[in-house]
Design a protein around this ligand. Structure first.
Ligand SMILES: Nc1ncnc2c1ncn2[C@@H]1O[C@H](COP(=O)(O)OP(=O)(O)OP(=O)(O)O)[C@@H](O)[C@H]1O
Length: 215
């Protein structure tokens, strides 16, 4: 059984189809890469899977059930972590520790327990020293690593990664790739970074003119 799937999904933007009857499925343990040019609809596809975009036609399935309404997608968003293309869309707390603790706190952990999870995640990423820093003063690369730590602090069953190495220098990109490679969860990787795709992907699809094809 697939974890996430789209069945003949069409998504419109200003009456223009961005996704045209797209079908795909992500199985347990799979690392699916989706490539395609700028504006091809890759981010839209990720957002559709967790209900941030609603299809004009077709079905979105997650964890064995069709998802249609906000209640259904709220459960999906609890179980699926999305690393946004822009870390500034993800991080909004004053300090790094608060940002990473936000998810676990939201899942019902006490502040102490949530901060312990956050510290653990930051340590595991080798960025424990950033905990007390002001989030908005971090470098772009540090922000992306913190954003990934924040997503993983919620123990997602599936990870959706939107250009995880975008704007990272070689050292940060290598660190990000190494961290992602250690994860056992299923993931969908949207990336223009060919070496990252080669390293991580177990299957590749390309999005062109709103249609998804095997590579
Ligand atoms: N909020 C929005 N309002 C209107 N159009 C949008 C919006 N967000 C995206 N689009 C349009 O939808 C299309 C698909 O955008 P999307 O961000 O999904 O593409 P992408 O493949 O992720 O691109 P990139 O590789 O450049 O990040 C583009 O034409 C884009 O301009």
């Amino acid at each position: 059984m697939s974890l996430l799937a789209l069945e003949a999904v069409t998504v419109l933007r200003d009456a223009r189809p961005v996704l045209r009857e797209v079908s795909m499925a992500l199985g347990p343990g799979e690392r699916l890469a989706i490539t395609g040019g700028n504006g091809a609809g890759k981010s839209t596809l990720l957002r559709t899977l967790i209900g941030l975009e609603r299809p004009r036609a077709g079905r979105v399935l997650a964890f064995g059930a069709e998802r249609r309404d906000e209640a259904g997608f709220r459960e999906v968003r609890r179980r699926v972590g999305l690393l946004f293309q822009d870390a500034d869309d993800q991080l909004f707390s004053p300090t790094v520790l608060e940002d990473v603790a936000f998810g676990p706190l939201n899942l019902g952990l006490s502040r102490g327990a949530a901060e312990a999870v956050a510290r653990q995640r930051l340590e595991a990423f080798g960025i424990g020293g950033l905990g007390a820093r002001l989030t908005h003063r971090l470098s772009g690369g540090e922000k992306r690593l913190v954003a990934l730590a924040a997503v993983l602090a919620m123990d997602p069953e599936v990870l959706l990664l939107d250009e995880p190495t975008n704007a990272l220098d070689e050292a940060h990109a290598a660190q990000m790739a190494g961290l992602l490679d250690t994860l056992g969860c299923a993931m969908i990787l949207v990336s223009h970074d060919a070496s990252l795709v080669e390293r991580l992907a177990t299957r590749k699809l390309a999005l062109r003119d709103g249609c998804l094809t095997s590579v």
